[in-house]
Design a binder for this molecule. Structure first.
Ligand code: PHE
Length: 360
């Protein structure tokens, strides 16, 4: 390997002469670090020179070792100084450059919104409040008697059995079926509770979650209802028709036709179901109902159940059925949301896909 002493002499002199200029010419941090690595990095010139040290005759090794180490120290110090100068220059440029551009559009906070079901619930409650109804509340877990017995369901009525109803397990033995806790299947429980605590006249609407073993495109095991109850002296079926017609037309449009059909619910007599003209094909306004899937080409959509409160219900809650009459109704908030927004499957309302929920 030739002459290590000569090589070292030459190499050290060359590094010493060139490093300052190399650092000075580096325009940014990256270039500066590269120049530094060319000298003291693992493949650097000074690093290579250090490796020659073992071939230097022993009596001169100490001297060269000292010189090489001092040079390395000088290079490192100069590098750090140059780095600081670069940072200072960059900061200076930033400070003396153009100020913050306040005309750039800001990043706005994304506004939240109510879920479609909540929105429809508030809208519907507003319509009933404007008609003079109060809003009443009650528990989602209630007793069998509040959900069924006091409403006049016969004990063996199929709607009370395990097919439709979620019973709640308790550790205490339950002596009477009437005392069994369950997830309410309708908010009629609130009507029972309200009547037990208040004397007529009263007009309430009772919103809330209800639970049934129903599960298909238009039914969910949990859904939301609003039930209504009005009791006073001299309340007639004409009052029922007036209130419910107003409600439907204020919700879906003044021109929407409404029809009443007889139907059966244990707690009303007479009982009925209410249909409104299909708001998808609008046959009353000249639309073509054949081929319309929401109304199955009938031109009508079923919207709620209703009736005059059965005297037996008044007896159960301690009202005099000779003196008082009243009407009751029940509707599904989910169902109305589906009709209003044209939602084909109730499950879409519960999947909480933001893209879907923010589309209306
Ligand atoms: N409670 C009934 C149901 O859940 C609805 C209803 C209420 C029907 C009042 C008639 C009168 O389906």
């Amino acid at each position: 390997m030739g002459d290590p002493v000569g090589q070292l002499e030459q190499g050290l002199a060359q590094v010493a002469q060139t490093y300052e200029a190399a650092f000075a010419s580096a325009g940014d941090e990256h270039a500066l670090r590269e120049e530094n690595a060319k000298i003291v990095g693992p493949q650097g010139t000074l690093t290579a020179l250090m490796k020659l040290m073992r071939d230097v005759p022993a009596e001169r090794r100490r001297e060269f070792g000292k010189r090489a180490n001092r040079l390395k120290h000088d290079v490192t110090q100069r590098f750090e100084q140059a780095l600081k100068q670069l940072f200072a220059a960059a900061r200076q440029a930033e400070l003396s450059g153009p100020a913050l551009d306040v005309t750039l559009p800001g990043r706005g906070a994304r506004a939240g919104r109510l879920h479609a079901i909540s929105r429809v619930r508030y809208e519907l409650l507003d319509v009933f409040r404007a008609l003079g109804f109060d809003v009443a509340d009650g528990p989602e877990i209630d007793l069998h008697e509040n959900c069924f017995d006091k409403l006049g369901f016969p004990p063996d009525h199929p709607a009370t059995d395990m097919q439709d109803t979620f019973y709640v397990h308790t550790d205490q033995p339950i002596e009477r079926q009437a005392q069994r806790p369950l997830l309410r299947t309708h908010t009629s429980t609130i009507q029972v509770r309200t009547m037990e605590q208040t004397q007529p006249p009263l007009a309430i609407v009772a919103p809330g979650a209800v639970y049934r073993r129903d599960d298909d495109a238009t039914h969910s095991p949990m859904f939301f209802q609003i039930e209504g109850l009005l009791v006073d002296e001299g309340v007639s079926f004409a009052d029922l028709k007036g209130v419910l017609t107003l409600f439907i037309q204020r919700t879906f449009g003044e021109d929407v036709p409404v029809r009443f059909r007889p139907s059966y619910f244990p707690f009303v007599e007479p009982g009925g179901e209410v249909d409104m003209g299909c708001t998808f094909c609008r046959p009353w306004a000249g639309g073509e109902r054949s081929g319309c899937s929401p109304c199955k080409s009938s031109g009508w959509i079923e919207i709620l159940g209703c009736g005059m409160v059965h005297p037996v219900v008044f007896e159960h809650v301690g009202y005099d059925p000779e003196r008082y009459t009243g009407f009751a109704f029940g509707l599904g908030i989910d169902r109305i949301a589906m009709i209003k927004y044209g939602v084909p499957n109730i499950k879409l309302l519960y999947e909480n896909d933001i893209r879907f929920l923010s589309s209306f």
